[in-house]
Write a protein that binds this ligand. Structure first.
Ligand code: NAP
Length: 311
């Protein structure tokens, strides 16, 4: 199929760590343009803009990857779709569910492709976990997502602002795995959100889930104050006694205490493979489930004020 000429909007951490090198190495994509408010550029891009609107005016750009913070994604994605571009959305795909619905509808109306990427889902261990759990009743789920915000998000003020999602920025990765592997939908039953006194987004959260069937013990603990070893684990037990543990953010899987997958993550390579398929098929992919759980956790969440936090 034809080479996809794309533009990348927002050259922050994830664009530099993943999108730029992965696009460069992918023979089905060609980086034609970038836009960066700070005036950053990339050696492969023929065009560099300060304002993404100028990038969207380029007729040769077929698709854009929007790598900005979530608060501004809807506006940029909307303008991109209206300019006739296909759109890849970094996670979280928008700031609200209504914005995401709007993008889905607008893409359909414009005949464009919109793709919600949930990078943590693109792991063989996640696929294998989904297969192993299919058809079982879940007795226990424990999600432990604890990391050091100072290490992973240095200087990112947007993440502490309303709409930046705080600890749900990494936590939504765990939820994207949960919604992928669980054999039936989970709901947020209760949620406690810890807000630092000086911040508008939570630094920690405790969630309990329910499901239509069963009365399992289903929980998630997210915390951004963990120093030392970092924990990104999901443990599951079925009523038949099958135990399963995903660790290292979804790249390793143990079933019954035996390691069955341990792979170096190649999540963004797989994301662009999927984007290539969607572009060729002229098909959108909008997975709202992880985002809806976050919205529900905020909607019914009990808010607790904790010590001020400086990064
Ligand atoms: P970041 O380092 O703060 O980069 C975001 C970039 O977006 C900024 O550097 C800026 O780039 C651009 N930007 C900011 N405000 C903008 C605005 N109003 N209009 C247009 N562009 C704007 O954040 P990040 O870590 O890359 O995260 C970006 C998104 O990727 C988030 O949704 C995050 O959840 C997701 N993500 C991050 C990681 C990670 O490891 N950091 C992993 C997976 C997904 P310019 O100055 O170049 O325009």
């Amino acid at each position: 199929m034809a080479l996809h000429r794309i533009g990348i909007i927002g050259l922050g951490k994830i664009a530099q760590d993943q999108h730029l090198p992965v696009v460069k190495a992918d023979p089905d994509f060609h980086l034609l343009a970038v836009s960066s408010q700070r005036g950053l550029t990339h050696e492969d891009a023929r065009y560099t803009f300060l304002d993404y609107r100028d990038l969207l005016k380029l007729p040769e750009v077929e698709a854009v990857s929007i790598c900005t913070p979530p608060q501004v994604r809807h506006q940029i994605a909307r303008e991109a779709l209206l300019a006739g571009k296909d759109v890849l959305l970094e996670k979280p795909p928008a700031a609200t569910l209504s914005e995401l619905e709007d993008l889905k509808d607008l893409a359909a109306k414009m005949g464009r492709v919109v793709f919600t990427t949930w990078h943590a889902q693109y792991n063989k261990a996640v696929d294998e976990a989904k297969k192993a759990l299919a058809g079982w009743t879940i007795k226990r789920l424990l999600v432990t997502w604890k990391e050091d915000v100072r290490h992973w998000h240095p200087g990112q003020q947007w993440i502490w602002e309303a709409g930046g999602f705080g600890v749900f920025d990494p936590g939504i990765n765990a939820l994207s795995i949960v919604t992928r592997i669980m054999p039936e939908p989970v709901f947020i039953k209760s949620s406690t959100l810890e807000f630092p006194a000086n911040r508008d987004a939570p630094i920690a959260a405790n969630l309990t889930f329910s499901m239509s069937h069963g009365t399992g013990n289903l929980q998630a603990v997210f915390d951004w104050r963990q120093t030392g070893p970092q924990t990104w684990d999901i443990e599951v037990e079925t009523d038949a006694g099958l135990t399963l543990k995903l660790s290292h953010g979804g790249s390793c899987l143990e079933i019954g205490g035996r390691e069955v997958v341990n792979e170096t993550p190649a999540e963004y390579q797989a994301i662009y493979r999927r984007f290539d398929e969607l572009l060729n098929a002229r098909q959108s992919e909008v997975d709202i489930a992880p985002f809806r759980l976050v919205a529900d956790a905020f909607m019914i969440g009990k808010r607790v004020q904790v010590d001020a936090f400086e990064d």
